[in-house]
Each structure stands twice: as structure tokens, then as C-alpha cells.
Design a protein around this ligand. Structure first.
Ligand code: AGP
Length: 616
């Protein structure tokens, strides 16, 4: 979704805003803008609003010729929801008198009726956005409250929806009003002033001690301090969180793209996610479990709820939980889950998987499941994120900051974490012995080295295979069992970074329709690692080959036979089938990236996408 930022203090605001927005650009890059507070010649303050369609770099060049001095301002980088990408729809949005400006991350669900009411009251709207109602609502309230914080609180009380909001007002120089509901807001004090942003990455070089504002909380930022209040205006003391990762982790570190850097970080992610997870006695140690072993033993149904890549990690988990713990497990698209009234009882475990921990669909599904009495377990990459806070227990994937919009290292962290959860459920259900768990844990750890081996050896094979897809119009990914879960992730990676249409199918399904798509040279990408269904997958590939498909296969090292039916073979080390999702997904991540480069796409910031989706 969008990224918002604000600074008030001793330094010039525009550079701080631009740098922060550039770091949050993965949240949306349809347009960018700032509102800067400037002291007029008459000593009267005013707001200068500068906006530009496209990436933050465009706004930065626009500001090069801007010479005014300003030590207080707000900024925004947009992922369009209401109103197409345009200068008029770019944030900040201002009140009729231009003396109040707002930036917003989220959605105002009742904007149409508010807009109608405000228009009838004489307000003039200049954009098609939902957000603009905030500027006019605050303007309206300010005429009676004559206090920005009070005006912002009363405006928020009228709004239905999600908002991370920052507001400046020319009549209250140096003040930034902040409000939060279902959208991320972090706030911090540095030596040079007060900062607010949608993501700590935008203010980490000013401070590491931040407040993650909770829902229905507000903050008043001034150059000298920050005051937090609740919806009633009562002063509150929120908890301060210390951020333990550094900016280097959010830089490319010499790689051409974040996506490649993050793929190469995956061996570390496996190791870090497993650190301290098994005691000397061979017992799994998941200290943030939040559920007693008795409660886990009572679990008789599991739902894994998630979106996108996280959903695909769920497909892997289903295979493992059913195999090791024999608990019926469903994987559900979070956006569908709550609207289909699923069967939930107190012995139902809902596992919510989310890299960002702020995906609105997943959060809404968690809340619904809790109301229905389910136990909720979160798998997320962001400490203190809403998914973590709203779950009974949580496992943090130790992937650190993931910048590239296409998830890679977080997927591996999720699969490793879900594998641990499946092992734990197998242990509490007395289906996995400590000895078996110890063996599985050791082999799981070995996947770190195996990923490194793939990265070190398969580059040329992947580059050759990518050429098959460069000018294709569509591609099919196939696999069986664990292979089909990986096929779905492979297809998503290719789609989202190279814009090449791709679908995934269980290999056995091909002959029931999709095989009709195949014509000479049509790319079929198969996951055919050694597994109980290997032979069946090979015969399905033979059927595709017979129709002239260009076959690309991810196969197990030493499998020479597969070369007879494949045009390109990408080899991965031999692993237990249960762990093949970890090793076989890496070549498909790299393949997606290679094809994207051949097609001239922006690998880190694919069109129309954003790293976290905070609206339903
Ligand atoms: C995957 O590469 C995409 N970024 C997207 O599908 C993502 O997985 C989805 O939006 C879910 O995000 P989450 O894991 O942060 O909840």
C-alpha cells in the first residue's frame, strides 16, 4: 500500500522526506508528493504542496529547483486504490483554503457519503480519491475546535475504514498530527526532531527506539517532543520498541537488485530461523508458542490462511501437517475465508502466514476466526506487526527486512517455520518421536547449504532456460504433491516480475484441459524432483513433449534420464521430499528474475504491485 512520512525539527524537511519515501517505495510507486510548511514574507505560515506522478526519483528532481526553507513537512508515495495515478489524485490532499494537508495510507470505506455531505456543505473536491474527505473533514472540525489534534480526532470518528494519517496545518506551524487505525504507523524522536512513517526503515538512521502506534491512538509531533493520546484525547504512554536490524540490511549491498540479494540471503534465513529451535534433549523449542501442549494436542482441524506467496507456503504446510500430525488441514485464501463462514470450533487452529504481518485480508480473517473461538498462530517476518499482536502465538521468520516486492527469502523462512510447526504438532500428537524430530531438524538445517549449492552452480542452466520464456505469451508450471505447491509459487514469481502470463497445475490435471494450450515451443516448467510421484510426473511431461512443448525441469542431481525428455534441466541436491519445497523453489525464483531481466522489467518494483496490501 502507500508509504507516509513526516518530520518536524531542526533540519530541512524535504531531504528527510525524500530519503524516507525512497526507502518506502516498495509500498507503492504510482505517484509521490510532499507538503512543506514555509514561513511567508508576512511571517504567516503557508503550505507548499509538490506532487508528481510516478516514482520518488521524479519528485526528487522536481524539488531540486525548490529553494524555500522548511523544517516541518509530510510526504507520501502512493499505491492507487481510488482514482487513477495522476497529479490530482496524488497525495498530499489539501483543504479548500489550502491551510490543512493530509497524507493517508489505507481506505475510507464511507468516503462517498462523506464527500456528498461535505460538497453539500460547500466544500470543493479536486480529486477522485477517498483520502481527500479527510482534508475537508478536518477543515470543517477545525472551524469549531481551533485545535488540530481535536479536529483530527473528530474527523477520524466520522471515518469507516483503515488509516495511517499525518496532517499539517499552516495555523499550527511545526505540528504534525498523526492517527492510526488498521494501518501501520511508527513514531520516533531523534536528536534533530520528531519523525513518523509507515515503516521504521524510513526513520531508522534517526532513531532505533520507536513507538508502533496502536489502533485508535493519536500523536502530536512537535520539534521538541511527542504527545500520545487516545480517541478521547487522554494522554497515554505507549510502549517503545527497540529495532535491532541496521540500515545495511535494507541496502542492496552491491547486488543489482534487492530480489537477487534476498535470494542469496536464503541460506542465512534457514539457519537464523532454526537457531535455538531444538533443545539438547531433541525437544522443539518454540518459546512464542502462546498455546499449551495440551491445547495443541486437542487441535483436530487446521486452517492455514494467507495471501499470495504466503498462501503457497500454506500449501507446503498442509502436506507436512497431514503427513506428520494426521490433522485435517485446509489452506484458505484469506480474502475468501471469513466470507464463506468456515467450520470453526475451540479445537480449531488457524495458522495465519504473512511476511508483512499487515495484510488486511489476513488480519480480517484472523479477527473472524478469533470471534468464532479458534486458536490463532501467526507466522510473520515483522516483529510487533498486527498479525503477531493479534495471534495467540507467533513464530518470527528471521528473514529481516524484505524490500523486493516479490517475496523470496520470506517464503523460505515461512516454509521452515511451518515445517517446525508441523514437527511440533507431530510430536504433541505422539506421531513423531523425538528421534525422528531430531533427524528431520538436522536435515532441515542441511537445506541451507543445499540452497547455497544451487545458487553457486545452476546460474548458467537457469539463464539458458529463461531464454525459452523471453518471447512466450504464456507458460505452464506443473508438479505433483510437494511439487505442485512449488509450481504455484514458481508461476506467481514469473507472473509478478516478468508480466508473463503463467498458470500452475497439478501435473495430473493437464490432460483434463490445460494441455490444449500447448503448441510447439510452449514453455512447460516442471518440478520433477525424486518423490513418490516422480514417474507419474515424467509421463505427464511426455504428454506435453508429444505436443511440442519446450520442457524446463527442476530435477534431482544425478537424474540423467530426465535429460531425455527435457530441453533444459536445473538440478537441485537430493533431499527428503518433505523439504523439496525449500530447495526446488530457489531455481524458480531465479528463473522468474532472469526472464524479467530479459523482458526489461523492473525486478524489484513490478508494475501495479506493492509489498504489503493493507486494504481488502
Ligand atoms: C509475493 O511475491 C507478493 N509480494 C504477494 O503475493 C504477497 O505474498 C502477498 O501480498 C501476501 O503478503 P504477506 O505475506 O505480507 O501477507
Amino acid at each position: 500500500m502507500c508509504g507516509i512520512i513526516g518530520f518536524t525539527g531542526k533540519d530541512q524537511a524535504q531531504q528527510i522526506l525524500i530519503e524516507g519515501l525512497a526507502r518506502m517505495e516498495y509500498r507503492g510507486y504510482d505517484s509521490a508528493g510532499v507538503a512543506l510548511e514555509v514561513a511567508g514574507a508576512d511571517g504567516e505560515s503557508r503550505l507548499d504542496v509538490i506532487r508528481r506522478v510516478g516514482k520518488v526519483s521524479g519528485l526528487a528532481s522536481e524539488l531540486e529547483s525548490y529553494k524555500e526553507s522548511s523544517t516541518c513537512g509530510i510526504g507520501h508515495t502512493r499505491w492507487a486504490t481510488h482514482g487513477r495515478p495522476s497529479t490530482a489524485n496524488a497525495h498530499p490532499h489539501v483543504s479548500c483554503d489550502g491551510r490543512i494537508a493530509v497524507v493517508h495510507n489505507g481506505i475510507v470505506e464511507n468516503f462517498a457519503e462523506l464527500r456528498e455531505e461535505l460538497t453539500a456543505a460547500g466544500h470543493e473536491f479536486r480529486s477522485d480519491t477517498d483520502t481527500e474527505v479527510f482534508a475537508h473533514l478536518i477543515e470543517d472540525a477545525y472551524t469549531t475546535e481551533h485545535d488540530l489534534m481535536a479536529a483530527v480526532r473528530s474527523a477520524c470518528a466520522r471515518v469507516v475504514g483503515a488509516y495511517g494519517l499525518a496532517v499539517v496545518c499552516a495555523d499550527e506551524p511545526g505540528t504534525i498530527a498523526v492517527a492510526r487505525k488498521d494501518s501501520p504507523i511508527v513514531i520516533g524522536r531523534g536528536e534533530r526532531g520528531s519523525y513518523v512513517a509507515s515503516d521504521v526503515i524510513a526513520l531508522i538512521d534517526a532513531t532505533r527506539d520507536v513507538v508502533v502506534l496502536a489502533d485508535d491512538q493519536f500523536a502530536k509531533l512537535t520539534p521538541d517532543g511527542i504527545e500520545y493520546t487516545d480517541a478521547g484525547g487522554n494522554v497515554i504512554e505507549p510502549e517503545v520498541t527497540h529495532v535491532d536490524w541496521d540500515l545495511d540490511m535494507a541496502e542492496k549491498g552491491g547486488y543489482p537488485h534487492f530480489m537477487l540479494k534476498e535470494i542469496h540471503e536464503q541460506p542465512r534465513v534457514v539457519r537464523d530461523t532454526l537457531v535455538g529451535r531444538m533443545t539438547a534433549a531433541g525437544e522443539l523449542d518454540i518459546d512464542e508458542l502462546g498455546l499449551s501442549l495440551e491445547e495443541l494436542n486437542d487441535i483436530d482441524r487446521v486452517y492455514v490462511i494467507a495471501c499470495g506467496t504466503s498462501y503457497h507456503a500454506g500449501l507446503v504446510a498442509k502436506n507436512l501437517i497431514e503427513a506428520w500430525a494426521r490433522i485435517p488441514t485446509e489452506v484458505e485464501a484469506a480474502s475468501e475465508f471469513r466470507y464463506r463462514d468456515p467450520i470453526i470450533t475451540p479445537t480449531t487452529l488457524v495458522v495465519a502466514v504473512s511476511q508483512s504481518g499487515e495484510t488486511a485480508d489476513t488480519l480480517a480473517a484472523i479477527r473472524d476466526a478469533r470471534i468464532k473461538g479458534a486458536k490463532v498462530f501467526g507466522i510473520t517476518n515483522v516483529v510487533g506487526s498486527p498479525v503477531a499482536r493479534e495471534s495467540d502465538g507467533v513464530i518470527y521468520t528471521k528473514a529481516n527486512k524484505e524490500i523486493a516486492v516479490a517475496s523470496t527469502k520470506s517464503f523460505i523462512g515461512q516454509v521452515v517455520s511451518l515445517t517446525l510447526l508441523a514437527m511440533l504438532l507431530g510430536q504433541v500428537k505422539y506421531r513423531l518421536t523425538t528421534k525422528q524430530c531430531r533427524l528431520l531438524f538436522r536435515e532441515l538445517g542441511d537445506t541451507a547449504e543445499q540452497i547455497q549449492h544451487i545458487i553457486d552452480t545452476q546460474g548458467p542452466a537457469i539463464a539458458e532456460a529463461a531464454k525459452v520464456c523471453k518471447d512466450a505469451h504464456s507458460a505452464l508450471f506443473v508438479g505433483r504433491g510437494m511439487g505442485s505447491a512449488i509450481a504455484y509459487e514458481g508461476a506467481l514469481k514469473l507472473k509478478e516480475v516478468s508480466y508473463l502470463h503463467a498458470e500452475a497445475y497439478a501435473a495430473g490435471e493437464m490432460k483434463h484441459g490445460p494441455i490444449a494450450l500447448i503448441e510447439p515451443g510452449f514453455p512447460v516448467i516442471a518440478v520433477a524432483t525424486k518423490s513418490p510421484t516422480y514417474d507419474k510426473t515424467v509421463s505427464n511431461l511426455m504428454e506435453c513433449r508429444a505436443r511440442g512443448a519446450a520442457i524446463i525441469v527442476v530435477a534431482t542431481e544425478g537424474d540423467e534420464d530426465i535429460k531425455k525428455i527435457a530441453d533444459h534441466v536445473i538440478y537441485v541436491p537430493r533431499v527428503r521430499d518433505a523439504f523439496s519445497a525449500i530447495t526446488a523453489s530457489v531455481p524458480l525464483q531465479l528463473l522468474g528474475r532472469e526472464v524479467a531481466l530479459l523482458r526489461g522489467c523492473d525486478v524489484d518494483k513490478p508494475r501495479n504491485l506493492a509489498k504489503s496490501v493493507t486494504v481488502e
